[in-house]
Design a protein around this ligand. Sequence first.
Ligand code: S3P
Length: 425
Amino acid sequence: MIKKFNKIEKVKGTLFLPGDKSISHRAVMFSCLANSKSVIHNCLLSADVQSTMKCFRTLGCEINIKGKTIEIIGKGFKGFAKPQIELDAGNSGTTTRLITGILAAQNFQSTIIGDESLSKRPMLRVSEPLTKMGAKITTAENGTLPMTIYPVEMLQPIEYELNIPSAQIKSAILLAGLHIDEITTVIEPVATRNHTETMLNLITAEVGYGKKIFVSKKNYPVCNEYFVPSDISTAAFFIVLTLFLKNSELRIKNILLNETRAGIIVVLKRMGARISIENERLSSGEKVGDIIVRSSDLQNIEIEKEIIPNIIDEIPILSVAGLFADGKFEIRNVKELRVKETDRISAVCNNMKKLGINVEEFEDGFSLDGEIKHLNNQFESYGDHRIAMTFSVLSLLLDGQNKVNGFGCVDVSNPEFLNQLSSII
Ligand code: S3P
């Protein structure tokens, strides 16, 4: 699907965005692990979260969607049914990597498959640490899906230091650790999103070079009522749009402000963005608040390595802010972007080159500089929801009519993107 966008003049109003994707996945998973009924409010109902639900239905869980509220009848410790078909994770890396940690501890065989994009993404990063715990997992020859997980009686605890700063790897190990009496420890040298730890009430300890996270069967989830805050990663598209439109002001309600996720606010404020937070509070253990964003003048800044995991999903839209900010935009230490839903470094660079600006691509990042020379472009989504929304926002800020080819993939994280947009124009 090709979507056409004309330049807009300003935005105004209030946005209520859908639930956070990372927390929605986890709320569904932990409800399925618990042994009776849990309720999830403001759950994101995007294609990715539906993939998680589909997998757990295949494992025998009952999941009822009642508007934005989900009721789940979990199966309890090792209560899942042996799946009669392959578990289809669709486009979702989070579904695949987290469920692998759960399946690794079961006494039945299961196979995970995914769409074309997911089938190219690296899975040894989860199968290797889980194998160290005694799991039996095979992947396709190049370390990708399909991945088959064989039955085991009992896993062994490990102490594992993450060599890639990834919340998905961390969570896979912690979820396997939930099935073991003894304590499993994950050492995280660089902070990544900590929703798994928060939602499972895990004990953590700061150590000289990072953090230790401890988990055992004592942390196995019980039935719960989850209130999912709205997604900061989705909000980021509307924040950047507002910043570069004249006379614009937007209030975005009930947004997740967890420090391991809200790096985009920190970076944009350092670039000069007029962003303020009101109504800050805790909801289901997570910091949330309303974001107020106003038209601003931005300058490019140096982006340090330590903050990268906290802005990892927002880098494509941050590059649009960098394009319009004064000075050269450069980001390094982001080679993880090459193994997301698409190679996001190439996707951003290829699209930005269409503007006639100077684009330099590095193995671990890219830079953007110079005046925009070409309008009326057709950008490519490469089947990646965040690339589609990034270049939709850019198109709304450019003169002329610009298009995004393959726009439909926005359903992966935000099926309501266009309705939200039309409510503020
Ligand atoms: C996620 C972790 C991140 C992020 C992804 C969601 C999660 O991936 O990019 O969109 O919910 O744990 P990595 O942990 O692999 O960096």
